[in-house]
Design a protein around this ligand. Structure first.
Ligand code: SF4
Length: 577
């Protein structure tokens, strides 16, 4: 069955930021962690937080030490003062957009204005907003409440960030009739509006809409209501297990969206479950093609074929005559390293890519066999290229194999907190890029017929930079799952903004190196063509930042396509020569 996933589906910025702050703190393992009220209206995430020893703090609870995280909704300043006095370490995860509304109220009530908050008086965010006004803030839930507002000379109006635009405008109209000079601040958050607009835009292209998210989540319920208003059948589910497969199987294309408190791994599970439903209208060939392409992606065959293509471009860039041996070496070694590491390290994939995790559990033995076979095949191919190449390849495979294994004995863990190489922050991205670069551009330098050093180093940097950006982007897409299992990937260590900045720098450096090396005559004119790969990578970064694509299958396919593009550009250059 075909699925169209809304680009805006899932966590909004504020919720994602708050969850990442809590998980980041939990992974430091520095004592008890509490969240001020439930962090998020999602049962599954709350259960998961419990497993990380994060508990919910309710007003009136007495705890003496630990860390207390203020959730995205924020709290009143009076409450903050009381909490500070308890001696607990406070971490403020108030959403910056909510904090802006709080500041607006504080500033204007300080200047003698009465603040009118359009929202739900019992909602935590509204309670926090009201507290900023120190007695000069009033909550109105509907047009009828406006008549009960006290007389005032100066009035400002703000909205609870998740209010409906139409409702806010109706209340604003009523306030304006009573207080014509009132200052209006539309503080409704774009995250809510964008999700709702996207559902309306998605409706004409699908047969039904599945809304994923907690039944107690206000924004998810509103999203389901908007979906219902389009006249399509709507399925509101919390988990993939609740999907009505029988009804869905009579459809052809299903739209999927999710509330702002739904994590990516849950959306992914639902999407993968719907995709696995046999639509009665789908052709057998279409179903078969989709199944085969999934196997290619899940088994790492796609990434190995990508290495084959990238190696072809790297060989040409190094000035070597193209052959099949070097790309075959890249194919087998990359396949072996990726499959073996994946088999040894199942943790984060359970969250990041549940279907793939299931695939690796179900086909464990054939995958072990294919991984070991590929190791043997890469050693055999390296052997045909010379003894030095064989030894270098054996060393690389050995280093790749121990990457996910504990190498620091228990008795020495107090001296060095990382027991595996993979635990060292950012090591995954760096080691992948170094390994690919070594196989494609450095090992060939050990052959008797080795080419000049300068073009080989340019080729090494090209491969290294492309693979580094690819791996780091995947780490960014998978940050939620990595945080849950405590993996210290590059974006977790540096933060997303700094990682994206670093990747832009690497793309720029790679582009300059390619163009410069061609200009001074180190490498052939192929360098100019390969600049396209950096453009595609840059576009992938933008597609993620601007949310042009949801960080799921399509964005991952765009990033992977870059490896194949390099190979195609190599072929094109040979043909044009
Ligand atoms: Fe912040 Fe908007 Fe999310 Fe509310 S909906 S937490 S204001 S990003």
């Amino acid at each position: 069955m075909k699925v169209r996933l809304a680009k805006t589906a899932g966590f909004c910025m504020g919720v994602r930021r708050a969850l990442e702050m809590v998980l980041g703190e939990a992974n430091k393992d520095r004592g008890a962690i509490y969240t001020y009220g439930p962090l998020i209206h999602n049962q599954q995430v709350m259960k998961l937080l419990e497993t990380k020893k994060v508990s919910v703090f309710k007003p009136g609870d007495t705890v003496e030490n630990g860390t207390l995280v203020i959730r995205a909704h924020g709290i009143p300043p009076q409450e903050r003062k009381l909490l500070k006095a308890t001696g607990l370490k406070l971490i403020d995860a108030t959403c910056p957009r909510v904090a802006r509304v709080q500041a607006l109220i504080r500033y204007h009530t300080g200047k003698g204005y009465e603040a009118v908050i359009v929202g739900d008086k019992d909602h935590a965010e509204v309670i926090g907003l009201k507290g900023q006004g120190t007695g000069k803030a009033h909550v109105v839930g509907s047009v009828n409440d406006v008549s009960e507002l006290p007389e005032a000379e100066k009035v400002i109006v703000v909205a609870q960030t998740t209010q409906e635009t139409q409702h806010f405008e109706e209340v604003v109209g009523a306030v304006k009739r009573r207080f014509p000079e009132a200052l209006i601040f539309d503080t409704i958050c774009g995250a809510t509006r964008n999700r709702q607009n996207e559902v309306r835009a998605l409706a004409p292209h699908v047969d039904a809409i599945v809304v994923v998210g907690g039944y107690h989540s206000g924004n998810t319920r509103r999203l389901a209501q908007v979906a219902e208003s389009t006249g399509l059948p709507v399925f509101h589910v919390e988990t993939d297990g609740e999907l009505d497969k029988e009804r869905l199987s009579s459809l052809e294309v299903v739209g999927v969206t999710a509330g702002a408190s739904t994590p990516n791994w849950m959306i992914r599970k639902v999407v993968q479950e719907i995709e696995s439903i046999r639509s009665r209208k789908e052709r057998r060939l279409g179903r078969w093609i989709r199944r085969v392409s999934k196997i290619f992606f899940q088994s790492n065959l796609v990434v190995a074929l990508g290495a084959f293509c990238l190696c072809h471009a790297g060989s040409l860039l190094s000035g070597r005559s193209p052959d099949l041996l070097h790309p075959a070496l890249a194919f087998f070694s990359v396949y072996a390293m990726h499959v073996m590491n994946r088999l040894l390290d199942k943790g984060a994939s359970t969250y990041n890519d549940p279907e793939s995790a299931y695939f690796y559990t179900r086909y464990r033995m054939p995958l072990v066999f294919s991984g070991v076979f590929s190791m043997g095949a890469s050693l055999f191919v390296a052997g045909t290229l010379g003894l030095k190449s064989f030894l270098a390849m054996a060393g690389l495979l050995f280093a790749g194999s121990i990457y996910s294994l504990p190498i620091v004995p228990l008795s020495r863990r107090h001296l060095w907190r990382y027991s595996k190489i993979k635990d060292i922050p950012g090591s995954k991205t760096l080691s992948q890029a170094l390994a690919w670069g070594a196989v494609i551009a450095l090992i060939p330098l050990l052959e008797p017929s080795a080419t000049a050093l300068a073009p080989s180093f340019v080729a090494f940097f090209f491969v290294f930079s492309v693979v580094y950006v690819r791996s780091a982007l995947f780490d960014i897409f998978q940050v939620q799952g990595d945080l849950i299992v405590g993996a210290e990937t590059l974006p977790i260590t540096l933060g997303e903004k700094r990682t994206l900045f670093l990747l832009r720098g690497i793309i720029l450096a790679g582009g300059l190196a390619l163009a410069g090396s061609a200009l001074v005559g180190f490498t052939a004119s192929l360098s100019y063509l390969l600049l396209l790969c950096y453009i595609t990578l840059f576009l992938s970064l933008l597609a993620y930042e601007k949310r042009w694509l949801h960080p799921g299958t399509s964005l991952e396919a765009l990033v992977e396509s870059n490896l194949f593009l390099a190979g195609l550009l190599g072929l094109l250059w040979q043909w044009l020569k």
